[in-house]
Every structure is written in C-alpha cells, then in structure tokens.
Ligand binder design. Structure first.
Ligand SMILES: [Ca+2]
Ligand SMILES: [Ca+2]
Length: 362
C-alpha cells in the first residue's frame, strides 16, 4: 500500500488517467534503487537517548532458523524457505505506544509526514508525465483510515475499505474528531517508515531487520505458523487482536477490539514479546523485493535485505517491509499474523493499522 495507490484509486477523478499498471516481471527493466534521502540525514537533534533507558526490552539470544512460509496460506514471496542466522539483540516487548511517541515529539518537535502537506513535487515523480496537479483540498495533511463498507466487497480492491482522511494522523487516528487522550498505552499508528526511523534515532535504537523480526516472532518454536504454534487463530483461547467475522464489513469482535488494542493485552510469545501477531503491522528496516528470497544463495548471516525494491502490484514505488499483521487481518483474507507473512508499504505512507517496535544491539 502507498499514498500513490490511494491517490490513484480514490482520487481517480483528480488524477484522470493515473493508473499504476502492473507489469509482467520479465518486462521490468529496472527496479528502484534510489534510497529515500530523509532516512540518511536525520537532524542531530533527534539523536538523544533519554527515554529509551526505561523502555521494556527483551534479550533475544540469536540463532539459526528456517525463514519463510510454513503453511498453505503462505504466499509466493515467502519462498523458498532458507537458513538464516541472526546475532543476539534486544527488542521492545511491545509496539511503540502513543505515550512513547509523544515523549519523542515533545523532546524534538518532530512533525510526522501525515501531519505535513504532501509534497506535490515528490508525488508527481511517481505518476505518469503530465498528470495535472490536484486541488489543494486534496493535497492537504491526511492519512489512510479504515472504514467498514456495509456490504461484502471484492477483497482484491483494498480501496473499498481505506479512506484518504484529511486531518487523520497519529494524534487523531480515525480523523480530526478522534483523539489519543485516553489511548496512551495503545500502539502509535499513522507513522511512516521515515517517521519511525527518526524515532529510532532519538531513542538510541534501530528498526529490526526482517530476519530479526521473524526470528523473534517465532519465539523459539521451529517451523510453526504462528507465534503460539499451529493452532488456528480462531480456535481455543483468544490469542491476538485480529478480525473475526466477514472482512471488512462484519467484525464479531470476539477478541474484544474492533480496531487497535492496548499493548500487552494478549499473551506474549516464547520470548516474552507481545502482539508479534496482530494489533498493528510493524515496520522493518529491510527494503521489500517480491523475489528477494529466491535470490539468496546458501546460508545467510544477519541479512539486511535487498538493494532494490520491487512490488509487482505497484512497480516503481520504493517500499519497505512490514510484519505481523493487524486488527484487520483474518483467516479468510491475509492471515498477516503468520510469522512468515510479508507486507510492504512506501516509505512515506502511514496507516491506521501500522506502527512499529525497535531493537537495540548489545
Ligand atoms: Ca479485533
Ligand atoms: Ca503487532
């Protein structure tokens, strides 16, 4: 998912003719190699480390594991399974909360991307030449919020449940009339990859690599589908915050939460990590490439992801990996809470169901 995708699918009238045309892999002549400039030149004022000392982190003893899909729901980009070794690291036991993110913005004055007016000069680089500039009412601070249609929809069209909501951002997760005032222990959302990189630098931490994230999510279990083993998420005790019922129009809320839940509501995995399945998606440091696993030769030690980005659904958009699924995932749709499931989003995109957690070296 990316801002561009939503601009194109929701604001189609404004961008008449704007269409991201999926191409066959063989016709892709070049992938995006340009790194987003904002991740390398974060101002030094963000590089303080006062808050992080009190954060709850778990030591994850490194090891070797088999990375990739373990069941029939696994998608093509999760194969082949391959051997990966990661060194030990500390990991936040829960997703970064609104309280933690507020401490960061209070200390630094940081303004997230969703709170800024979109930069037309940047956006148009990703659009067909000659695309007209939309009205200023569209190019206003906004973010992607979930809305439930009142009828079943085609699950291939995610614009059917995502809205470009003016005034939505981490302080107002469902739009300008919503608030985080009573949600300080909820995961922060509507943060882009660029935003979370700034947080990590301030906290004296970093984002996990995709391999570290999956190793940690498995919680010491071998070749299991979920952080708790192989039992289906809807069987037995409530295991995580996901979507029960018919997605996206009917949510039975058997787990007690329609959207996000306070962190640490559900049982931790074997490493003491909460919400590695569900609640909100979590950014990783790796660039996303659909075929990345297929290019890995032999044993891999502390892999940091591919150099180039490629998503067949939005070729040309530079994306980073997200992991773990969210309150919107269910067993009939994406099962994104499987430990091997991969998702991706452009670096400037924040969404109502996407947050992060940090790691730290010894
Ligand atoms: Ca739920
Ligand atoms: Ca999560």
């Amino acid at each position: 998912m990316s801002k561009i995708h939503i601009y194109c699918s929701i604001v189609a009238i404004v961008f008449a003719g704007c269409k991201s045309t999926p191409k066959e892999k063989s016709t892709i002549v070049e992938n995006i190699t340009e790194k987003p400039s904002c991740c390398e030149n974060i101002p030094d004022r963000f590089a303080t480390n006062k808050q992080a000392k009190n954060d709850e982190m778990a030591w994850i003893e490194g090891g070797t594991f088999s990375m990739g899909g373990d069941d029939t729901q696994a998608r093509d980009d999760e194969f082949p399974k391959h051997e990966v070794t990661v060194s030990g690291f500390y990991m936040d036991v829960h997703e970064v909360t609104n309280a933690q993110f507020l401490a960061f913005t209070d200390a630094t004055g940081y303004i997230t991307e969703a709170e800024r007016k979109p930069d037309w000069e940047e956006i148009k680089k990703q659009l067909p030449p000659g695309t007209p500039k939309p009205d200023d009412s569209v190019l206003a601070p906004a973010s992607l919020t979930f809305f439930a249609p009142n009828h079943p929809v085609n699950l291939n069209n995610n614009a059917a449940w995502w809205a470009w909501t003016l005034g939505a951002n981490w302080r107002h997760p469902q739009g300008p009339d919503s608030s985080i005032e009573k949600k300080m222990n909820f995961p922060v959302v509507h943060v882009s990859w660029n935003d979370v990189m700034a947080y990590c630098k301030w906290a004296g931490k970093r984002l996990p690599t995709e391999a570290e994230w999956e190793f940690a999510a498995r919680g010491g279990l071998i070749d299991k589908v979920y952080p708790w083993g192989n039992e289906n998420i809807d069987t037995g005790k409530i295991k995580a915050n996901s979507w029960q019922g018919q997605f996206p129009n009917i949510n039975d809320e058997k787990d007690g939460f329609y959207t996000a839940a306070p962190v640490k509501t559900f049982p931790p995995n074997g490493y003491g990590l909460y919400d590695m399945a569900g609640n909100v998606w979590e950014w990783c440091s790796d660039t996303y490439h659909y075929d990345y696993y297929k290019t890995i030769k032999g044993a891999s030690v502390n892999p940091k992801g591919p150099e180039t980005s490629y998503d067949p659904n939005e070729p040309g958009v530079f994306k980073k990996v997200t992991r773990g699924g969210s309150f919107l995932c269910n067993s009939a749709y994406c099962s994104g809470y499987r430990v091997a499931a991969r998702m991706k989003s452009s670096v400037d995109t924040g969404m109502e169901h996407t947050g992060f957690r940090c790691v730290k070296d010894k």
